[in-house]
Design a protein around this ligand. Structure first.
Ligand code: ZN
Length: 83
């Protein structure tokens, strides 16, 4: 009868295309895929180390990725842009 309030936030992530789903996240040196188009890049300080973050847009599904290039962090790499 009454519909229970869904506790999950309404922000459904955009469905990723297959190549995007195949990207290994948070792993240094993991490859992207052929349909990613490179966007802007910026530099950020992580502690005392400067890392380079490059934006990529997927031509197929429109996903916005960040690739973090941090030589000192094996867990840096691909992540979906928080937007
Ligand atoms: Zn995609």
């Amino acid at each position: 009868m009454t519909t229970a309030t869904d506790p999950t936030p309404a922000t459904e992530p955009t469905p990723l295309c297959e190549p995007c789903q195949g990207i290994q996240r948070n792993w240094r040196g993991a490859p992207g895929h052929a349909e990613l188009r490179q966007g802007n890049n910026r530099k950020e300080l992580h502690g005392r180390a400067e890392v380079k973050i490059t934006g990529y847009f997927c031509d197929r599904c429109g996903a916005h990725w960040h690739y973090t290039n941090d030589k000192r962090n094996q867990r840096a790499g691909w992540s979906l842009a928080p937007d």
